[in-house]
Design a protein around this ligand. Sequence first.
Ligand code: NAP
Length: 422
Amino acid sequence: MPTYKIAIVGAGPAGYFAAQALQNLQSEDRIFAIDMIERLPTPWGLVRSGVAPDHPKIKTVSKVFEKIAADPNFRLFANVEIGSDITIAQLQEKYDAVVVATGSAVGKKLGIPGENLKGSMSAAEFVPWYNAHPDFADVEVPLTSDTAVVIGAGNVAMDVARMLALEPSELDPTDTADHAIDALKASAIRDVYISARRGPEHAAFTSPELRELPKLEHTNVVMNKADIEAAVVRAGAEPEKDVKSNLDAMALIADSQKSEHQRTMRFLFQHTPKEILGTDHVKGIVYSTPNGDVTIKCGLVITAIGYQAANIDGVPYENGKVVNTDGRVKDNLYVVGWAKRGPSGVIGTNKSDAAAVVELMINDLKSPKNAGDISQLLTSQTVIDQIAWQKINEAEIAAGEPHGKPRKKAILRKDLLHLGGF
Ligand code: NAP
């Protein structure tokens, strides 16, 4: 029976959904032998290192990933880096098709003065820091001032602002990195601004995320009623469904404001960042607004204004994405997920996206190459395979149990490898 060898680079949602689409198209006449290659010692991508720890339900999709990984024709090669350990060209030579599923890991820049000051950082550093990503364990997050500012009106900005404005003991029953819980418990931050450069009717938040804000038990959430009312007028009599749903959710927030808590999350609209103030570290931020410049004193500024793909040698990039036509890159190279279409959509969006790319990829396939696989390319690397990953997974879950956490994540690579049996 013809067996096609497919390499998927990146073990995040887009990669798993590409594998699932291939598995769904296996038949008695063809088998897809899938090798998934991941730079980190752990799979699951943003489900492990992106999704906010206080949103455990979103992470249950990892059960789907583990089911995909249980297929006898699926192999995991984690802790293997494309570029340094092996190249894309080598994979293209060995495999019938190679799928890039490496996401968008680099935070976009504002391009304003002061952005490089200490205390100014991207969500692309802050989020993996609190989610125990091994490469971000040493990120310095200054939490000594009373005010932080988050820039952007999307769900990432919302996650970041919530993490800063929550009563940190609420994170005890989550899988937040221990170092982040400790730092947030010692944090002096009590006021968190979340700023949008346009009006509420243009915000990229989604309404379920807005609707959960009034449920925060220890945080005041403040939105200016006049801002929302003006947005409703601008949105007109027949706004799009999502816009209406967002404006309704925002009106509820504006109507149900609390002030009794020590911690506050405040929304600013029509605030365009102009300059971050400070000499060696952040002291404030200047916005231009329809009413003139506004300065907010703060010690921490986090930008959550979108991401771009981190480049891999041998893959063409343009505007922060892999150059592609409907997922086809060149020769037998394909791309799925955020690396293909940019950083938009929820985890489930990657399912239909990957299925469409896999369909055209299968139509491109000729007869199997039988040219070997990654095992001939690896020399001295310590590979975390599915069995080693399961050991890590089980050990983390067991370590979390006595603390009422879904897992206690190991953070350093050496600790992850140790849990994996190395
Ligand atoms: P996003 O939804 O595209 O939001 C980016 C925000 O940054 C927009 O409000 C945008 O404003 C703003 N922005 C861009 N450039 C700016 C600039 N120079 N100055 C000021 N603001 C600027 O991106 P995201 O928040 O990174 O989220 C990525 C995707 O992941 C989204 O699809 C999101 O829904 C999803 N996600 C979902 C969840 C969840 O389901 N809970 C959680 C996290 C992320 P403009 O509109 O004015 O450009």
